[in-house]
Design a protein around this ligand. Structure first.
Ligand code: G3P
Length: 220
């Protein structure tokens, strides 16, 4: 399973890169707004610390022909760019054209099985299902994500499910259980994954017992 960080904060990304777990980054206009830095600088800084990682950067244009042009510019920034395009009927021909040109595409803002089917048929690389926003609207986002994964498996589409808009560790675990190909999460959620109160308690107890044991002279 691929793990992406949902962030444009390149200093934080550099920190998390050291975990060896980060396969890529997802960036949208809201994350760029929070950062107030040039997108180009952000991309360059990410490449410096994660040269192999996929950088999923979203288009900001609206007119289909401008989205197409911008997508081509984004794709040329580095070898590892994936262009994020919002799920919308008017962009389907643009997406089809980009796929034909071998430009990696991540269709973002996907909320339903039927949206996912259409873009899977186009052969996009990633289908980003926003489970947190579905839950915000009283819909079980994990159930939708699970149906998308089942559809991809049933019809053997090559697109990968990317579970996005993740807010909690439980949503990460739900994504693992449904067999998602990839997840993207904010650094705060990533932080919650590896620590466990019982692991912490165990570390403290072992350390305490070691201090009181007779073998301190062996291992220092
Ligand atoms: O990758 C999608 C993500 O950036 C959206 O998350 O929390 O704004 O719904 P959120």
């Amino acid at each position: 399973m691929k793990i992406f960080l949902d962030s444009a904060d390149y200093k934080k990304i550099a920190e998390y890169a050291q975990t060896g777990l980060i396969d890529g980054v997802t960036i949208n206009p809201s994350l760029l707004k929070a950062q107030q830095e040039s997108p180009l600088k952000i991309v360059r800084e990410i490449v410096r610390v994660l040269p192999e990682a996929e950088i999923n950067l979203q288009v900001t244009e609206h007119e289909p022909h401008k989205v197409y042009e911008q997508a081509r510019v984004i794709a040329r920034l580095t070898d590892t760019m994936v262009v994020k395009i919002p799920c919308c009927a008017q962009y389907l021909p643009v997406i089809a054209q980009l796929i034909q040109e071998d430009i990696p595409v991540n269709v973002t803002l996907v909320f339903s099985l039927s949206q996912a089917l259409e873009v899977a048929k186009l052969g996009v690389n990633y289908i980003s299902v926003f489970i947190g926003r579905l839950f915000d609207n009283g819909i079980d986002g994990l159930e939708i994500a699970s149906s998308v994964q089942e559809m991809l498996d049933t019809y053997s589409y090559e697109s990968e499910l990317l579970v996005a808009s993740i807010r909690t560790k439980e949503q990460v675990e739900g994504s693992i259980l449904l067999g998602a190909d990839a997840i993207t999460m904010p650094p705060e959620v990533f932080n919650e994954l590896v620590d466990h109160p019982l692991s912490q308690a165990g570390i403290e107890k072992f350390s305490e017992d070691w201090q009181q044991g007779p073998h301190n002279d062996l291992l220092g």
